[in-house]
Design a protein around this ligand. Structure first.
Ligand SMILES: NC(=O)c1ccc[n+]([C@@H]2O[C@H](COP(=O)([O-])OP(=O)(O)OC[C@H]3O[C@@H](n4cnc5c(N)ncnc54)[C@H](OP(=O)(O)O)[C@@H]3O)[C@@H](O)[C@H]2O)c1
Length: 297
């Protein structure tokens, strides 16, 4: 029987495990607070931001929803982030992607104070992750590591093939899984658009992670019997329903689940974990900033 991994259930466990941390902080007079900064007018980004706000509120955390006109000068964003960096009552800052073309992405990443950088994209935090001593683990890779741990799938000694080398998923996940550390110790291969014969790599993998954004990029013919498949991709495809679309991953789920021993669905796999790990990082950040010993799940 294939294990269809229920990311919603595991994320609910993580959130429940954070309740003690939030309580410990409140006992010390601290309400952990996340500030999201949105500088675009895309519906999808606004939806992501409101989900993150709601997640915080449901856990009794503070949430601040900062909106900046996409036509405003870049300095307005940088001044806003600088103010949030200074505020003692804000512990995590997340600038929602994408920012407008006239805003330099690299400068945005470097603008958030590393101790409040709950996305873990600041160069200092990337360096700590690569060095094997992460301050924060980036949310999607950390969520994948937690999912594997929860399902009793230990990456140690396994061949992990990651498809996609973005700075938010592929690269940090590779950095996380090859570390000499619990929940890691894997032999990692990172594939991308220039990889020759992708199937030759995925076929020899014990664990395949796809983070590309192409529907049905991977099907059963590219997998080995009994492998684990983690599908990070989120693709909108036309559908005959009220919304006019449905979400699907990078993996042809129906064929892959016949071959895999465990697989994440889309939706309901990695996505909810990403949101849960953002809460985790914000609680951790608040504990560190106020010197409160915070239990973490
Ligand atoms: N579930 C979640 O929580 C979550 C979180 C983040 C992202 N996502 C989803 O994950 C997907 C990837 O997003 P992202 O931001 O990580 O990636 P991205 O920045 O769009 O990069 C895509 C990666 O896929 C590689 N690629 C493109 N075509 C390929 C092909 N035919 N074969 C092999 N590799 C190929 C690219 O290679 P090059 O580097 O050579 O261009 C690149 O490294 C999207 O669908 C996104 O919506 C989901």
């Amino acid at each position: 029987m294939t294990n269809v991994i229920d990311g919603n259930a595991v994320a609910a466990d993580v959130r429940a495990g954070l309740e003690d941390g939030v309580a410990a902080l409140k006992d010390a007079g601290v309400t952990p607070r996340l500030a999201t900064v949105l500088m675009n007018d895309k519906q999808a980004s606004a939806t992501y931001v409101s989900m993150k706000q709601r997640d915080c509120e449901e856990l009794g955390m503070g949430a601040e929803d900062v909106r900046i006109d996409p036509d405003a000068p870049a300095e307005e964003l940088f001044d806003t982030v600088a103010d949030l960096n200074e505020r003692e009552d804000v512990h995590g800052i997340l600038v929602q992607d994408p920012t407008p073309d006239h805003v330099d992405d690299e400068r945005v990443t470097a603008a958030v104070a590393p101790r409040k950088d709950v996305d873990a994209f600041h160069p200092e935090n990337v360096g700590k992750l690569v060095g094997g001593n992460p301050r924060f683990k980036p949310c999607t890779p950390h969520g994948i590591q937690k999912l594997l741990e929860h399902e009793g799938i230990d990456p140690e000694g396994k061949d992990v093939v990651i498809v996609g080398r973005s700075k938010i998923v592929g690269k940090p996940l590779a950095n996380l899984l090859f570390q000499k550390a619990p929940g890691a110790n894997a032999t990692v291969t990172l594939c991308h658009s220039r990889t020759r014969d992708l199937a030759a790599h995925t076929r020899r993998a014990d664990i395949v992670v796809s983070a590309v954004g192409i529907e049905d990029l991977i099907d059963a013919s590219m997998l080995s019997e009994g492998c684990v498949v983690i599908d990070v991709g989120i693709n909108r495809v036309d559908a005959d329903n009220e919304k006019g679309y449905r979400l699907t991953g990078d993996v042809d789920f129906e064929s892959a689940k016949e071959t895999a021993s465990a697989i994440t669905p889309v939706p309901g796999g990695v996505g909810p974990m990403t949101r849960a790990m953002l809460l985790y990082n914000t609680v951790k950040a608040a504990g560190e900033q106020h010197d409160v010993d915070v239990p973490l799940p």
